[in-house]
Write a protein that binds this ligand. Sequence first.
Ligand code: 2RA
Length: 335
Amino acid sequence: MKVAIVGASGAVGQEFLRVLAERNFPIDELLLFGSSRSAGTEYTFRGKKITVKELKHNDDFKGVDIAFTSAGAGTSKEFATTITKHGAVMIDNSSAFRMDEDIPLVVPEVNGEDAKRRPRGIIANPNCTTIQMVVALQAIENLSHIKSVHVATYQAASGAGAAAMDELKKQYVELNNGEKPTIAKFAYQLAYNVIPQVDVFTDNFYTKEEMKMFNETRKIMHSDVKVSAMCVRVPVMRAHSESIWVETERPVSVEEAKKAFAEAPGVILMDDPENKVYPMPLDIAGKDPVYVGRVRADLSNENGLTFWTVSDQIKKGAALNAVQIAEYLIKENAL
Ligand code: 2RA
């Protein structure tokens, strides 16, 4: 298998290298692509050095079977034809194509089948906040249709990229030294703070990030569910957390829900309040599954349940989900 990573130097690009190695993904040749700035950088994969090539409109993707792209929506749009024209399947981590009718938007635990119908040779990887939420929601949906979801997110710095993670670390050092903190990647100081804005605002006063949770969830789950989201950036390095309230068609008991979470693919139930057991981003960073805890009845709605999820934003929220899509296609003989 010939595999390419586009955006190899970014936080997600680097995670692709780790995830592909960790999962023993079948690769005969790995090509790395990046901007002119990162071209020439060397990375080691399975003991071999690979040099990043500049992404250009040429025939470099001839013979490539799978291209994992994570270099921003603009690059994905500009280079989609160059990447796919010789038959490569492009698994795209950007927001460029997610809501296009002829592009499947896939979380393997929920709608892997959708990846088989891809007229443009492109499969979109959903936004990280949506991915962890739908993996958990599907467990409940299998018991009773979910009519509505309220969700508040606690999003790590990693969602804004590698430079943003560095900025958060730097802010703590600067503040502890009595210096003015550097603010470049976030709208405000994130250290010792939370910022109730992720991405830009839309006309209805929700942010783009919040509207992604509404629209992407409906597309992935093939559902009419209504999702009202509040997305918040918190000074955590690399795992997103979410408080989720669901309203189902029939009441679902806490016991039923816990059993469903415990058995759901990709989910680990971590819920033992008496012993203070629940998932926290510090412990979950670097892990594969979506962790669920604090499952309880919604006191404001007899058809309501509420729970807490945590998942590594760079792993399941980005690189791992994309690699799992590729693994699904290989398993189904559908590349
Ligand atoms: C964030 N969801 O956390 C975004 C990244 N895709 O900023």
